[in-house]
Design a binder for this molecule. Sequence first.
Ligand code: HPA
Length: 250
Amino acid sequence: MSHPIGVIAGTGLYHLPDLTDVRHEPWSTPFGEPSSALRRGKLDGVDVVFIARHGDPHRLAPHRVNYRANLWALKQIGVQNLLSINAVGGISDIAAPGALVVCDQIIDYTHSRVSSYSDQYGEAVRHIDLSEPYTPRLRQAWLDAARACDEAAHDGGVMAVTQGPRLETRAEIARLHRDGCDVVGMTAMPEAALARELDIGYGSLAVSANWAAGRGPAAEITMEEIEQTLKIGMARALRVLRAALHLSQH
Ligand code: HPA
């Protein structure tokens, strides 16, 4: 059985250009439908399967993404290594708009999301270890890939995961800053935990789209600003992803 590399990308990246021999595989799981058809193909010779986290077109809010179905489908298709791309807001100096960050920690501020496969009364409960929420080998693949592409990517950072879909208040971001968070996004959890429950390696590249509330000079955050920054940021992330795919095969 072959093991394609999984790719899940969020806001700003809805398909992989240059994916060849593409098959759209509709997939259903005991947990429902994944966010999009699984797009399986070859990218630079690497067997890849892609899911648009928010659907294509973008129609699923972060708290509506069926994370369990996405991860389950990828596991079923044979994925052992998953590369994720997240658009985030920047909280600390390492994450100015446009910056790429390879986080090494997560704090989960989400609520009311189905966040585990251990969810059935009467079934054995698995308490997975999540001391390192990102697989070190795949973090390294992202960092090596960025270096190979001459792109600066910060090594390490704490990802805050908020419920969304609204952006945060200034006081909320000040609290996340006090908590030691560097970036804030809405989708890394429960994705990282579910990947671990299924023993899928998981590494993520965060692309800063804006200063989080109260961290930059602007009084408010606009979607235009986010979209503009992501247009450039995602093009760079895509270049790094292509290099990371080769480094993630084992
Ligand atoms: N907050 C949360 N998620 C985000 C942001 C933000 O400011 N920007 C992009 N994703």
